[in-house]
Design a protein around this ligand. Sequence first.
Ligand SMILES: C[S@@+](CC[C@H](N)C(=O)[O-])C[C@H]1O[C@@H](n2cnc3c(N)ncnc32)[C@H](O)[C@@H]1O
Length: 311
Amino acid sequence: MSSHHQSVMFDESIIGLKLKSNGVYIDATFGRGGHALGILEKLGDQGKLIAFDQDITAIEYANQQFNDSRLRLIHSPFVNMHQILSEEELLGKIDGIFMDLGVSSPQLDNAERGFSFNTEGPLDMRMNQSSGISVAQWLVSADKVEIANVIYEFGEERKSRHIASAIKRFQQEQPIKTTLQLANIVASVVKTKKNKHPATRTFQAMRIFINQELTQLSETLKQTINLLAPEGRLCVISFHSIEDRIVKQFIQQHSKQKQLPKGLPIMNSGIEQTLLKDLGKSFASKEEVNNNKRSRSAILRIAQRTTKDVE
Ligand SMILES: C[S@@+](CC[C@H](N)C(=O)[O-])C[C@H]1O[C@@H](n2cnc3c(N)ncnc32)[C@H](O)[C@@H]1O
């Protein structure tokens, strides 16, 4: 089983979570457990870490490599965290939630998973292979307009319509089954600078779409409000602008005080209580970017759940 994943913005994340020795934490994206290990190292005997991953290989890896009674592993999309943890009466009791979005290096490096435009493999791209459909299956049923919209919306690719047309032309001869077939079709209509593969944006778009990454992220961010304890921290690392926009807007929306409409109860101060305090964003250091190319697009945003009083 492929195991290497270099954790991104490790120190910044661990500091950002402001870990309490006996706290209860969620790692929504376990991966290969790099950040999880950092969290566990700071927790005492009474501390707990609940870790999610929708990829069964991440959970199998954790079961083999982590022998720690403070760690609980859940094989599920993180969008189910509210439901699972409310059944256990953990609402309002979580001291920190960490999310390191996107795919892990073992997922990218395993050609069989179909995430890479550099290696030949089945065109799958599902993080959770036990549900949903692969990109290859989707491309059979989707029409040109739908394909173009996905590539434009989730990849911000200007040549989206040309790519969709090329895909449909290819499919008149044969179905697209592999990563390199798709990469070559895209490369036939998109030209980019030397160090960027022409299919980068298309693969990103299809991965986001097939895994419903943005809707899952928005839904889950909303859930964090009810899960976090007062002063609990939310730390999210995103890797592209579409993802970061969602995190940024969510934090801003809940950290700005709003004037309440007139006519509400007299006791009301007239200012709606904010639910989060925006603690800002940070980027990977130059040194980290030199050592780990993947970190160059990382943005870590941190927010803190407010106490009951208006801050
Ligand atoms: C960037 S990696 C995390 C790496 C990890 N922090 C580490 O240091 O090893 C992202 C992981 O989150 C998982 N993941 C992504 N989206 C998810 C979702 N919606 N629900 C659950 N797991 C998800 C992926 O399967 C992948 O294993």
